[in-house]
Design a binder for this molecule. Structure first.
Ligand SMILES: NC(=O)c1ccc[n+]([C@@H]2O[C@H](COP(=O)([O-])OP(=O)(O)OC[C@H]3O[C@@H](n4cnc5c(N)ncnc54)[C@H](OP(=O)(O)O)[C@@H]3O)[C@@H](O)[C@H]2O)c1
Length: 424
């Protein structure tokens, strides 16, 4: 292990957007006492900005190198990332990762390995890039009961929505522009289908509430079916559509999480979070509301969060997961309801969707753009029909917070809403 005089030796696994961003920041700050001692990548034929002898193509060599003080895992393969990170934790190593998809699937197991073998795992970069939300929840709010943590956790879909609002353009051209700008993957499903922000919501739930959620059980609705009509419909009401991920405590004490497009007015601080930016609202019982905004992706912003984790590991930091022993139950979807807006160009499809979601025909409405529908639907129906809704190209947005059904309310749990007006 490095003494105060020796630089901390880092093994860097992955030298893409995040790996290079991190490397660059370390190089620019020699006074930090860090040295990227070894770098592992995958493809030996790729041109690199550093001499070839700086790289190995076998990440396992870094695992076997006991002279490395910290391993930074920033590869784009979730299965391989899990293999590497779990192997490192079994050796009791100190590890930083940015891989949210891997963390959302394996967090309980990784935390167990950390505890069993005395290592440490930090992952600030995995949620909202440069925004220090995990450490804020884990350390600063470790004993603050939280009403809700919600926000815009995906910069790519937010960029598309912003450009559609600004240009009045349709989804396709806005997505193509996001891809050309490097804000969206070639395969946009993870971002636009809201799988990526769902992973982040799952990770935040562990720190905000001590709850380890199964990502498959968290409803995620994306924006693949959004059109200019939806943006215009919102704008005519002084609103915008944003993809909002939320984890919240319900009046019955249970925790609910979901990610969907949402119609928001200017009273919400998320209203002005535009382009590739992310925003996180934390509503504490005693502390009151807090709002963090920053860059959710990109080499330098994400590399900055990785660096903060490396330095924190040198100081001996571990996440506390302080709320885990008192973690509340997760609210089953069958007692939740959501006020939604639905649109499809074909009214026949929309009528069929109403039957899926237990909405009456009277839910149909018209505006200058055609037919849409609104109404309160059981969340379970959205969960059960989410694949069909996606396949049919139906755009669904919520018009307010998730709430307990009337049946649940009658049983004494009451109705709780995040007080966004207080946050304006
Ligand atoms: N990009 C962002 O802004 C951002 C933000 C937050 C979190 N993240 C997360 O950070 C991670 C990295 O993302 P990225 O955007 O930097 O990805 P990227 O640009 O695609 O780079 C991935 C890197 O991983 C290397 N790699 C892949 N498999 C490997 C293996 N088996 N062994 C060694 N190296 C391997 C690749 O090697 P080659 O160079 O040989 O191809 C490449 O250098 C992902 O988990 C991502 O979700 C990214």
């Amino acid at each position: 292990m490095a003494s105060d005089k020796q630089p901390l030796r880092i093994g860097l696994i992955g030298f893409g957007c995040v790996g290079q961003g991190f490397y660059d920041i370390v190089q620019q700050q020699p006074g930090l006492g860090l040295a990227v001692a070894r770098i592992a990548v995958k493809n030996p034929d790729k041109p690199r900005p550093l001499p070839a002898d700086r790289f190995t193509y076998h990440a396992d060599e870094l695992l076997a190198d006991a002279t490395l003080d910290v391993l930074v895992e920033v590869i784009d393969d979730a299965a391989e990332a899990f293999r590497l990170v779990s192997a490192a934790l079994r050796q009791g190593r100190r590890v930083v990762t940015a891989n949210k998809a891997m963390l959302a699937r394996h967090l309980p197991e990784l935390v167990q390995l950390e505890q069993n073998f005395g290592g440490a795992l930090l992952y600030e970069a995995a949620v909202c890039g440069s925004i220090p939300v995990i450490r804020t929840l884990d350390a600063y709010f470790s004993h603050e009961p939280l009403r809700a943590v919600l926000g815009i956790f995906n910069g790519s879909s937010n960029y598309v929505l912003t450009r559609m609002s600004e240009e009045g353009s349709d989804y396709g051209p806005a997505l193509a522009e996001a891809q050309a700008q490097g804000f969206a993957e070639t395969d946009p499903a993870l971002d636009m289908g809201a799988f990526d922000p769902r992973s982040k919501a799952v990770i935040l739930a562990a720190h905000a509430y001590g709850v380890f959620l199964n990502p498959d059980e968290v409803l995620n609705l994306g924006i693949e079916a959004i059109g200019a009509a939806d943006i215009a419909h919102a704008a005519a009401r002084g609103q915008k559509i944003k993809v909002v991920a939320s984890v919240q405590r319900l009046p019955n004490g249970r925790v609910a999480a979901l990610v969907t497009p949402q119609l928001l007015g200017p009273e919400s601080p998320l209203f002005t979070v535009e382009h590739e930016f992310n925003g996180v609202l934390v509503e504490g019982e005693y502390a009151g509301p807090q709002f963090l905004r920053g860059r959710g992706a990109g080499g330098h912003p994400t590399g900055s969060a990785v660096l903060a984790d490396v330095l924190a590991l040198r100081r001996g930091l571990r996440y506390g997961y302080a709320k885990r022993p008192t973690a509340p139950a997760v609210q089953p979807a069958d007692e939740l309801a959501l006020d939604v807006y639905l649109r499809h160009a074909d009214v026949g499809v929309l009528r069929e969707v109403l039957t899926w979601l237990e909405l009456p025909a009277a839910a149909l409405r018209t505006d200058v753009h055609g037919v849409y529908a609104t109404g309160v639907v059981p969340l379970l129906r959205l969960v059960q029909w989410r694949d069909e809704l996606r396949a049919a190209g139906v755009f669904v947005a919520r018009r307010g917070e998730v709430r307990l059904t009337e049946v649940a309310e009658a049983a004494g749990s009451g109705h709780y809403q995040v007080d966004e007006a207080r946050l304006a």
